[in-house]
Design a protein around this ligand. Structure first.
Ligand SMILES: Cc1cc2nc3c(=O)[nH]c(=O)nc-3n(C[C@H](O)[C@H](O)[C@H](O)COP(=O)(O)O)c2cc1C
Length: 177
């Protein structure tokens, strides 16, 4: 710990679009950019990702912590999570899975490899597009962490990411902006 916590959206023919809370996720390659999400086959979303070969990673801000938790304790088999949370699905550019409008960062992904592990399947996805809500960008067009206000999952608790204690390469004198 800490680990990230994101909402992953997926859609497949014959199902309503769904979202699942995922803590086991991250970046695994730079060119092309690739990420992974690790999903238990018992999850409803697993079936949607398996069938469509696509997903969107939606990175939340502290404002969405309640909805993110909710989507991790109920199943899309039983409820329409978009309806229940009031979150807004918007069409993506390259995949059928929707972006969540209220989430500051969204990554559209296409599955390029699936690694079957004993309890989870790891869906490795190529990132086809990244969207940022304008409000989280600074004057140089770069993401401003203070505006995103991300949080992490830490020993079963959601905790904010607050204080800057260094910057990339600062131990060797690299200036960080
Ligand atoms: C903070 C948090 C993190 C979670 N991380 C994962 C994960 O990485 N992989 C997974 O398969 N389930 C994870 N879950 C559980 C699923 O989100 C949960 O079972 C969800 O209700 C499944 O929804 P679905 O049936 O609509 O797909 C997590 C739940 C929470 C609350």
């Amino acid at each position: 710990m800490p680990v990230p916590v994101v909402l992953v959206t997926a859609a497949a023919e014959g199902f309503r679009p769904n979202m699942i809370t995922i803590a086991w996720t991250g970046i695994v390659n730079s060119e092309p950019p690739m990420v992974y999400v690790s999903i238990r086959p018992s999850r409803h979303t697993y079936e949607l990702v398996r069938r469509s070969g696509e997903y969107v990673i939606n990175v939340p801000s502290v404002d969405q912590v309640r909805q993110t938790d909710y989507c991790g304790v109920v199943s899309g088999r039983d409820v329409d999570k978009f309806k229940e949370t009031g979150l807004t699905p918007v069409p993506a550019a390259h995949v059928k899975a929707p972006l969540i409008k209220e989430f500051p960062v969204n990554l559209e992904c296409r599955v390029v490899e699936t690694v079957k592990l004993p309890t989870h399947d790891v869906f490795i996805g190529e990132v086809l597009a990244v969207h940022f809500n304008e409000e989280v960008l600074n004057e140089n067009g770069r993401v401003d962490v203070d505006k995103v206000r991300p949080y992490a999952f830490c020993m079963q608790e959601y905790r904010t990411v607050v204080e800057q204690i260094g910057g990339y390469g600062f131990s060797k004198g690299v200036e960080h902006k």
